[in-house]
Design a protein around this ligand. Sequence first.
Ligand SMILES: [Zn+2]
Length: 605
Amino acid sequence: MQTWHFYTTNELKPAGWMRRQLEIQAQGLCGNLDKVWRDVRDSAWIGGDADGWERVPYWLDGFIPMAYLLEDEDLIARAKKYVDAIIAQQREDGWICPCTDEEIPGYDKWAVHLISKVLVVYYECSRDERVPDIICRVMKNYYDLLSEGKWVLHDWGKYRWYEAFIALNFLYARKPEPWIRELAKMIRDQGTNFYDNVYLWEKPVNKWRWETHIVNIAMMLKFEAVSHELLGEAYQDQAEYFQNILEKFNGMPAGTFTGDECLGGLSPIRGTELCSVVEQMYAYEHLYAVTGDKKWAERLEVLAFNALPAANSDDMWCHQYDQISNQISCERFFGRPIFGTNADDSHRFGLEPNFGCCTANFGQGWPKFALSAFMHDGNTILNAVPVPCELDTEHAHIALETDYPFKNSFVYRVDAKKPFTLKVRVPSFAIALKVNGEACPEKEMLTFEFEAGQHEVRISFHVRPALMDRPYDLKTVKCGSLVFAAPFAYKKVMKEYTQNGVERKFPYCDYDYVGEKKDWNLGLYATHFEKREMDVDAIPFSSEKPPVVLLTDGALVEWELEDGYESVCAKLPKGRKAISEKRTLTLWPYGCAKLRMTEMPMIEE
Ligand SMILES: [Zn+2]
């Protein structure tokens, strides 16, 4: 097991399309939530009267690294304003969350875990030397109250116990004091053991339960990665056990698991919540860093290049609470939603469809992903995820130029300040790998030893489109880390309104993406694929100008609407024989195709 360490925003900066994606996020909802959304703007965390629990910490968790990655003075100042106000409310005894003495016993301790994690993120970006002592006092207070038996973990805190370990690991690395390990053990022992729950994951319960809650599960995948060291336990890859069960019974082609908002099974018309996408990404980032096992980096790429962009509008002002593999229209359901436990607006693109958790939380996806591009151990630097960026460390300045995942060529411009080793992870789907123009048989990891001075490395490979087996004898087209889907035209219908005191007003309004609902009933021949690469647009995952498309052949098949719905295709086609002439299908990246068919049958001749 090779463990890698993350760089911070002081060393790693996004470039190319990765930078543009973060700029779009900064100009969209995440970069403006403190101006337009009451639960952040008027939060109790900064002395207001709105939400004083998860929403401000969720938002800061993405807003802070985004601000520092972009080196944007205004964003950084606004992050500091929030952190200053939170710190100013910390009590003498260390308690930092905004609630009264009477409220503390019932206050869900998940917010303690979350704000401590966010303060670590802030410290790593800002190097604000007030912060380590503040986190230490929060956790010392937590230790005192848990060991006196005054508090017990319950509800979210109990199901998200491992979230406290980001701060505990940070404290222990700075000052290894015994109480930190004791606290770690108390938290784990009071937390949920997910092994007790897996029997509930094999078919949809369709009832809201802590044990099948998709965001709890997505977060949980990292529990061993973040806790085993502090608990003094050997690492056993327990996440793989959970991953396999989830994939088998709830897997989606875009790398996530159905959860709307509890596990939903294998149907291509069940959704998954955006919070789970970004939490699953964060889990995989830790799993890869701790184990160096490429399967986690590859799973991370699938989420980042498909499920994440799919759920946001191009301008990142709107998001879907639940995205679905086969969605032929994204409208409000009047009456019975298709989901297990989510409301009738969960499928819209909007400000806070269904619930405001994703509104606050989705912003962590891209910044933390950008921060996973390079990792390090000693004098070895690893390119973990090859997105365009620049790294500046004591060893070297490295500029990585690439349009990956849309194109598969990479230029590393290296200015070595002293001798160091560069490693580059090779994806398992790469074929015809070339290094500096020469064919290379390596399948796992490229290693370059550099002396001080200037160097350039050029890498390229090919990726073959392939059909991925899906349940119910359906197929999904995949090419490397990109999932491809048949896109459909739609009309954006703007909805401006106020509900429960929350205003939706352009650009922070809701939209129905109303599909034409014709000729979506596609089957595949897939006798050939032709890949066409275009320039990457200013909007990398553009819903109008996709950077790459795949041409293949298919035809219409007999496939009706789901019984009782006008905007949902049936779970499965009625027939698998062609009912039209053979036609060329132009498939788009899943993240670009807002309305799409992703899981389709093969046409029976
Ligand atoms: Zn959410």
